[in-house]
Design a protein around this ligand. Structure first.
Ligand code: ADP
Ligand code: MG
Length: 259
């Protein structure tokens, strides 16, 4: 039971013309893990996430979801098993909050009563007041919209969550609160989470394991402390040391020390 795989990629590659977006990516995410996928802009993070739920078809390699070949799982079944939070939130502006949350359940043919009950549960789960259900996304704050994005991804009770820079567009306080709240949901619901972020501090604070992507290749993969102890690549070290460097500088400035 311990260590069953939720997501497996083996030798996955994807090109756009001459551009190599992913090169020979092999990654195994165990059920219940919280993994942060970190890397610079254009390193292939979004492409990697999208190969897992078949929004992008890889040119080579194998992908398994809960032990089954992803290409053998029907798209609607993948939507049920895998929640996806898009990089730019991606709420439908002309639909209400409740209608946005109900998108996947409607696709799956749930009846109205079941969708309404699930929507109420989800609003509670992501700590949004139920009265926002009838509002348009434009009538919410950025943090509230992102909570709706998380609720929508969780609607069909997926075991796996893929999140693409979910808190990237938020102010630091809101971002911190949402990150902590999501980590708590991950635990309570027993989810497997693969979260893209370009922020190493966020990765270290939220995830059990950090995977670093550079030019479509995994260049580091492990627990933050292990990576710090053994990473030799200077770019990877610089990335990993950034949170501690920042914390040290902050500490120095707040205590009035110079330097
Ligand atoms: P990241 O999410 O890490 O910023 P992406 O996975 O979005 O990176 O992109 C990886 C590379 O693939 C980038 O160079 C990007 O420009 C390119 N790319 C992504 N999607 C497409 C596409 N549909 N067509 C052409 N090039 C793409
Ligand atoms: Mg991206």
């Amino acid at each position: 039971m311990a260590g069953a795989a939720a997501i497996e990629l083996e030798g996955v590659a994807k090109r756009y013309g001459a551009l190599v977006a992913l090169a020979d990516v092999t990654l195994r995410v165990t059920q219940g893990e919280f993994v942060a996928l970190v890397g610079g802009s254009g390193s292939g993070k979004t492409t990697l996430l999208k190969t897992i739920n078949r929004l992008v078809a890889p040119d080579a390699g194998r992908i398994r979801v809960e032990g089954e070949a992803a290409e053998a799982i029907a798209p609607h079944e993948l939507r049920r098993r895998i929640g996806y939070v898009f990089q730019e939130i991606g709420l439908f502006p002309h639909l209400s909050v409740a209608e946005n949350i109900g998108v996947t359940p409607r696709l799956l043919g749930w009846d109205r009563g079941r969708i309404a009950a699930r929507t109420a549960t989800l609003l509670d789960l992501v700590a949004l007041p139920r009265e926002v259900a009838g509002r348009a996304p434009a009538e919410l704050s950025g943090g509230q919209r992102q909570r709706v994005g998380v609720a929508r991804a969780l609607a069909a009770e997926p075991a796996i969550m893929l999140m693409d820079e979910p808190f990237g567009a938020l102010d630091p306080l809101t971002r911190d609160q949402l990150g902590a709240d999501y980590r708590d949901l991950h635990e309570r619901l027993g989810l497997t989470t693969l979260m893209v972020t370009h922020d190493m501090t966020e990765a270290v604070l939220l995830a059990d394991r950090v995977v670093v992507l550079s030019a479509g290749r995994i260049v580091a993969d492990g627990k933050p402390a292990e990576l710090l102890a053994r990473a030799t690549d200077p770019d990877v070290r610089a990335l990993l040391e950034a949170p501690k460097r920042q914390a040290d500088r902050l500490q120095a400035r707040l205590s009035g020390a110079t330097g």
